[in-house]
Write a protein that binds this ligand. Sequence first.
Ligand SMILES: [Zn+2]
Length: 468
Amino acid sequence: MSSKRLNVSFQRREDSTTSHHCCVPQCTASAKFNSVLSFHTFPKDKELEKRWVAKIRRDNFTITNHTRVCSRHFQSTDLIEPPTPAGRRRLKHGAVPVLFQWNNFTLSAPRPGVWQKTERPNTKTSQNKDPPMDVDHDYCSTNVTEPAALDLSLDHNEDLRAEIARLQKQVEEMSISNKFGLERFAASDDDIRFYTRFATHAHLMAFWRQIEPATHKMVRVTRARTASTNEVPHTANATKDLAHRFNIHQSTVSRIITTWVNFLYTVLGAVGIWLSEETVKAHLPDVFQNYSDTQVVLDCTELRCQTPNSLLLQSEVFSSYKSHCTFKGLIGMAPHGAITFVSALYAGSISDKEILKQSGIVSLLKPTMAIMVDKGFLVEDCVPCKIYMPAFLSKRAQLSAPEVRETQSIARLRVHVKRLIRRVKEHKIFSTVIPLSLTGSINQLYTVACLLVNYQNGPIVKAWASKC
Ligand SMILES: [Zn+2]
């Protein structure tokens, strides 16, 4: 008999707690999803009920037996905790809900803009009269308002205001020094060089002034357009680092990079970089005097890309590579150090000869020119001009004296091209494995990095400076 009654009461209690919602605006508490909160009915006392309705700010409000206010809105001192865990939390007699979203669930809610009010024209007069108008009513009702006490609290207010002003200034200073941006590094060419690869702040700003007018027409890459590539979970360190520095999501980093790379690819790509024979000759450095017909020094570079999870992204471009996808590009540099040729990127397995043919550089070469290449770059049957190449040791045991000299001097000159290519690869994005999220724009990225070298740097060899 008794067990049956217990059952019934248990049943009822469960019912009563599963379907309740808090009726307070902006409060989403529901008994269905929250067993910590308690849900309280409105008081029987009509006067008290009026005060509840006023406090929760609901006009023309019909209260039923099912209308509840959750325990979040009561001060803890107004709640009577149950003696056993199975019991119900009750309200003290006369308790009124006072804690809400709009007062940040506190009684002494800070009035908005306390520290913005820097002057109080009526302070002097109000000191001797009634409390100032903007003193919170709750505050007044619970505190002594004798003139002496008021003077003290106003003094205290002034102190607090000064303290707030001091702290605000400190916060501003800290946020400037913590902000990662151009403003912070403008004064240091060293830092500008480190972060932008431009020789000085002046170089960078000069470049910016050139491209700035075109930026207004820039097509921005949106989330929608990059959605498919952003789903790939792994991104390389470079984008992660940027995301942390600027406190944005990694996919936002990718979108910004793609936007700017597309833009710069168009803007910089429109500038012809191939130089005429005369121009190249006019800037020829002394070190090239024995090879004065050199039009361009050629080299290949390889970039590593993240390998996609074969289940995620199976495409022909990637399928033939095992560990890392690599891309190969051909770069040409004039003897004085300007980049004058950038090929598209090809699959890493392409031969030197094939990339030369595909790149289109052959059509730019004339019989009066010469190209300088690395040993093993066997392309004599597909270019219409002379080739300077360090001699091979493979066929004969020893090179003749002139051959050795030539090999050494070409090798010395070629060091500069290697340095140039290193400059391209010094771009963070190429020094690590390129993330999948950026492989779609890899050609643009690479080309822009190559083209930017012409704007970013001073002469590669100091001695050449006077020549250009
Ligand atoms: Zn609530």
